[in-house]
Design a protein around this ligand. Sequence first.
Ligand SMILES: [Zn+2]
Ligand SMILES: [Zn+2]
Length: 154
Amino acid sequence: MAAESENGSCNAWAARDPSGILSPYKFNRRAMQNSDIATKVIYCRVCYADVGWTRNMLNDSKYPLVPGHEIAGVVTQVGADVKGFKVGDHAGVGTYVNSCRDCENCNSSLENHCPKGVYTFNGIDTHGTVTMEGYSTHIVVHETMTYYDRKKST
Ligand SMILES: [Zn+2]
Ligand SMILES: [Zn+2]
């Protein structure tokens, strides 16, 4: 598929075991869907969650594990149904990358309280894959879970 090759190889930093050491890791992002936004990661802040899950402190880490859920970047591609973003916009992604979009919380723009919310890393996405995010060159996330920085975008 064209979309898949456009999102090509993603370069990341991954933990392979609980040692706390990250090393280079290459993988393919999922193909863009119509409501997805591809964002080039410019910054990803270090959070204690990154330390906790790379070191398997909660005993549920899925390796290889690409941490990072405080992400800021620039939009490089938007799906056909995306309304709120255009290429070049500044965008951010936080702790969640998906939700059911059909419950009371989702319908009130409180997706972070959705009982089916998918964590940005070490989560199981609706496509069945383990989420890997911020310590990487680019991410593909649904529009509702991508935030727009209006102050910086023109
Ligand atoms: Zn955090
Ligand atoms: Zn929901």
